[in-house]
Structure formats: C-alpha cells, structure tokens
Design a protein around this ligand. Structure first.
Ligand SMILES: *[C@@H]1O[C@H](CO)[C@@H](O)[C@H](O)[C@H]1NC(C)=O
Length: 198
C-alpha cells in the first residue's frame, strides 16, 4: 500500500511540474489569435468580443493593440501588472457604459495619454453615446451599477418566490399522501376487525 501511495505522490508531482511549466510558458507566449512581433501584441481587427478576448498577455508587452474589435468592456484586472506597457489602442470598439465600464474608466484615468482618452467613447446606452469613458462622472457610472444591483435583487426575490411556491406544492403533496395513507390503514384495520368479528 505504501508503494502505491508513493506512485500516486510521484504522479501528482509530475502533474504539478507539467502544469507549472505550462503556466510559466503562457506568460511569454503570443495569445492565440493575435499577432506578435518583439514586444508588440497585435489583436486588432480580429472580431474579438469581451468573451473571446485573451485572458492575459505576456508581461513584457510594451504595445497592445486591441482597436477595431467588438469589445464592450475590459475584464477587471486585465491590464494590471503589465509593467512594461507603454501604449494600448482601444478605439473602434462599441464600449458599453454601464457598471462594467468601471475598470476601463479607472485604468484610463490613470493614463497620461490624452489621445488615448479621446479615442475611447461609449457606444451604449443611447443616453451616453459618444461620451468619453475617461470623463464619465462617477455618479453616472454608479447609477448604472444601482440599476444592475436592483436587477440582481429583483432576480433573487423572484427565484426565492419560485422556490417557496415549489416547496409549498411539495409539502401539499406530502400531506395529501400522508392523509391518504392513514385513511388506507384505518380502512385496512377496520376490514381486518370486521373479518375477525364475523
Ligand atoms: C486614436 O485613434 C486613431 C484613429 O481614429 C488612431 O490612428 C490613433 O492611433 C489612436 N491613438 C491612440 C493613442 O489610441
């Protein structure tokens, strides 16, 4: 049994080493679907959406091109920790200025590149179309977060209601069967007593 455990441990170690090596490699490798030269990662005009965007980029990237895609938001933290980054292009994307724009807005505010800030504008909602993301007021963005939270609260209330209704139906079914069963056993007892009497 001990030998068996050693084998399991060994296999686990090998697995950890292989996985570790993979993680290390992913850092330096060109993200799938993008084109890389030296430290320039070009993911422009690839029809990328927020969902199909690579989840990380090489840490050594100095220029990241994300323009002319279908991006509606940047995943939170995407550009954090990319110390070498000097230029990111983001124009030509239909940015959605709702609660999810907070990360992009916060990141843009920290940049010193005015051309970049002028290039990133809201495509929706209609009331904010054309507004520059970097200059959206906190109030406007937080308002959209409130709506989002309200929707979430409403959704959880509705699920709770459905849950309670289902519970009530189940309880009614159980009560019905219990009653039915006790009636059956009373009938059976009575039948038994009658046959004993006669
Ligand atoms: C801003 O957008 C223009 C095209 O509209 C582009 O040529 C330029 O490189 C962009 N600049 C930055 C910093 O994103």
């Amino acid at each position: 049994m001990c030998a068996g455990m050693k084998w399991v441990l060994c296999a686990l170690l090998v697995l950890v080493c292989v996985l570790g090596a993979d993680v290390g490699k992913a850092e330096a490798v060109c993200p799938q679907g993008c084109f890389c030269t030296a430290a320039v990662v070009d993911c422009s005009s690839r029809g990328l959406t927020t969902d199909t965007l690579p989840s990380s980029f090489p840490a050594s990237t100095t220029e990241l091109r994300l323009h002319n895609n279908h991006l509606t938001a940047l995943p939170t933290g995407l550009l954090d920790g990319m110390q070498a980054l000097q230029l990111v292009t983001l124009h030509g994307n239909p940015w959605e200025c709702d609660c999810a724009v907070l990360y992009l807005r916060g990141w843009l505010i920290k940049q010193n590149n005015d051309a970049l800030k002028r290039n990133v504008s809201c495509n929706s909602p209609p009331s904010l179309q054309g507004r520059l993301v970097a200059y959206l007021s906190e109030e406007v963005v937080l308002n959209s977060c409130n709506y989002w939270l309200c929707d979430l609260a409403l959704a959880s209330q509705i699920s709770l209601f459905i849950f309670i209704v289902v519970q009530a139906i189940l309880l009614a079914v159980v009560v019905y069967f219990l009653r039915h069963f006790s009636q059956l056993s009373i009938d059976a007892q009575r039948a038994a007593a009658e046959s004993f009497d006669s």
